[in-house]
Ligand binder design. Structure first.
Ligand code: HEM
Length: 299
């Protein structure tokens, strides 16, 4: 799962300064540029648009498959961005820079909201449309999304079994393993609280970060203290709320996925080997940053 796989060739790089842009606008009289040298445009070169738009290969003759296919690809791109931002926010917390982390947590929430807005487009695929191309998916399933797993690992949902599907994929496994073995943003947040003088259990701070996360009473007690003070000027309170935004938006995405799956395939089994909706229901109760959720019953 290289976050930046160097699969495509490096493109023509062009740097344009303010002076270059102003001269250009003068030349075109403020109108768009229409003539470019060579066999490309600067836009194609900058974002590898031609490569990106050559990656759609629906397998069936069914028209609606393209909508499903592109929705999946768009979600994968957004998972990638969410992973990138989570890593950066985690590094800011390791550096005790809470405002910088909060800025990126806001962005991660917006990415998740964007991900959730993609589901309604898929609601236009009817059960019969989906049935028309479902066989062509073979045993492929979003369950095998390594970028989604990287996001879960970096936010704190560690489950070693989720590495297994990717063991045989050399371009994916080492990076995914690194995400699994690295402390999650929630582990790093506990350490930050301890550095700020809050009483977090030493055992919890030294926990095996690859083990499934177990909610911790000292973590909840510290957050409860911060939440009871209810002080918007406290940057830790701000951090708690921004993390909560991320956790809640993630759960909303999962819930919308569950509803759309039931709407499209009812209670049929999944392509990835699960019982389908009933299996998805069994995982929907998971919450990132669980102590931030449980303290709400106490506050
Ligand atoms: C709209 C048609 C869709 C249906 C009917 C559907 C169905 C399912 C089912 C049944 C599962 C359980 C695993 C299995 O047996 O396959 C699943 C898991 C999953 N799907 Fe979808 N899905 C759809 C679209 C998508 C899209 C567009 C994405 C975006 C990449 C996606 C991402 C996922 C992920 C990440 C999981 C694993 C969830 C987890 O383990 O927490 N699904 N899906």
């Amino acid at each position: 799962m290289a976050i930046d796989p160097n699969i495509s060739e490096p493109r023509r790089v062009e740097i344009a300064t303010v002076a270059v842009r102003e001269a250009q606008a003068q030349k075109t009289g403020g109108k768009p540029m229409l003539d470019f040298e060579g066999e490309s445009t600067p836009y194609i070169d900058y974002e590898s648009i031609d490569v990106l738009l050559s990656l759609q290969h629906p397998r069936s003759p069914v028209h609606d498959e393209m909508a499903f296919y592109i929705a999946g690809q768009v979600m994968e791109l957004l998972f990638k961005l969410a992973v990138t931002e989570t890593r950066a926010a985690t590094a800011h917390l390791e550096d005790d820079n809470i405002p910088a982390a909060c800025k990126l947590l806001r962005r991660i929430t917006k990415i998740e909201e964007l991900l959730t807005t993609i589901w309604p487009m898929l609601e236009t695929i009817t059960p019969a449309d989906f049935k028309g191309f479902r066989d062509y998916l073979g045993t492929s399933s979003g369950f095998q999304s390594y970028m989604y797993r990287a996001l879960e690992f970096s936010l704190g949902n560690k489950n070693r079994a989720m590495l297994q599907p990717h063991r045989g994929v050399p371009s994916v496994y080492p990076e995914l393993l690194r995400a699994f073995e690295s402390p999650s943003i929630w582990d790093v947040t506990a350490k930050l609280l301890a550095r700020r003088g809050y009483a977090i259990d030493p055992d919890h701070l030294e926990r095996d970060v690859t083990a499934p996360y177990q909610p911790n009473a000292s973590v909840e007690a510290v957050w409860l203290q911060i939440y009871e003070a209810n002080d918007p000027a406290n940057e830790l309170f701000e951090l708690g709320e921004r993390l909560m935004d991320v956790a809640a938006a993630f759960t909303t995405w999962r819930m919308k996925h569950l509803v759309i799956v039931e709407r499209i395939i009812g209670f049929k089994v999944g392509t990835g080997g699960t019982a389908g909706v009933s299996w998805l229901r069994s995982i929907i109760d998971h919450r990132f940053f669980p102590e931030l959720w449980t303290l709400r019953t106490v506050v």
